[in-house]
Design a protein around this ligand. Sequence first.
Ligand code: PLP
Length: 457
Amino acid sequence: MAVIEKKSRQYWQELDKSHHLHPFTNHKELHEQGARIITRADGVYIYDADGKKMLDGMSGLWCVNVGYGRQELVDAATQQMQELPYYNSFFQCSHPPAIELAAMLKEVSQPQFNRVFFSGSGSESNDTIVRMVRTYWDLLGQPERHTIISRENAYHGSTVAAASLGGMKAMHKQSGLPIPGIVHVDQPHWFASDRKQSPAEFGLEAARSIEAKIRELGPDKIAAFIGEPVQGAGGVVVPPDSYWPEVQRICDEYGILLISDEVITGFGRVGEWFGADTFGTRPDFMPFAKGVTSGYLPLGGVLISDRVADVLIEKGGEFFHGYTYSGHPVACAVAIANLKLIQRDELITRVRDDIGPYLQQKWQALSEHPLVGETRMVGLMGALEIVTDKDTLERFDEKQGVGTICRDHLIANGLCLRAVGDTIVCAPPLVLSHAEADELVEITWKALDLTQQGLSE
Ligand SMILES: *Cc1c(COP(=O)(O)O)cnc(C)c1O
């Protein structure tokens, strides 16, 4: 390790350019600028190859919920590696870490959930769901009922089925997606609308675009609806309060399955164990990943309601699906340690009652800044919208790349946040202290100032 650490940033950047193709990266820009090389982390801070310290306001990629450097997680992995580093759960095999984790997940989720299917990631979890949903309706003698409704600008992962469930146009364009049987309706993004309606009216109308789609295609064709409780990668889109109750009503009325994609919102991010708890829905499926291990090892899975699991078990025969690393013992051992840590340190009530409200209040004060048109935050998941005019909420020309300019100022000043167009998003670790929350908001204000200065030069 020490030897590796001593190499320079330039060394890593050159080697990286030569041999490493990155996910979600413009390779031409990468080659011009070089990658940001992160070499170590502790608490809520990451350090780059120059030794520069930055507050990680994104928890890696929305996943390091308990922060970096947690010895409990390292110990759990070490111990499990020594005892049983790998075994599979195919063909009637199982092992204690997967079993114990499945039972723990049942304990922290809503009562309709008694079973878990494990995968290695959020994308794999959503691929699993596409197959399970369709198999469920086949087993009930309704093979026509295969269409899944999703939303514009949703993110459900990057494999072929998961990217099809997602509603990112740029992703669809690159490989002939979506696959058949997946359709998209409006997202509940009030700020991005013409704002002629109140948020409450707008939320109802967005939910009713699902109902309109069901009627258009025929209720006997619709298998399920999938949504992130709060759209993450799409720019932390917090739906109006009216939205989710109406979605639940529609799913109930037409008997379609509700999939709550909890890959970001699970494990405390929005102040309850799952986003479904925060927003009051009763889903049939909850895909999860990211925060289940706080990102220390790759693991994903799907919580499956009794309504579906009972049919699969009683009528299904063999389900021809699974991953070599489904329920990987070391990943499961880390997840167990992670969940215990979340429980012991009461991180979920901390987000709901303490650091959540604290950061929300500070974050909201950023809406006083001349460049900011709106701020929003639920739990520890927030966004702010950069605009040219606070009164009309008019956007900058996309080509100016103002969001990216602001993001670069943030990073230069020691804070990692992400730009989605001209939306700056934030999702810090759940262990963020009050002082660190102050730091996060101060640097954000400063970066907005620097962005504004740059624009008037
Ligand atoms: C990240 C994410 C996924 C995909 O998870 P991977 O582990 O990257 O495959 C799926 N759904 C949501 C909501 C996500 O944010």
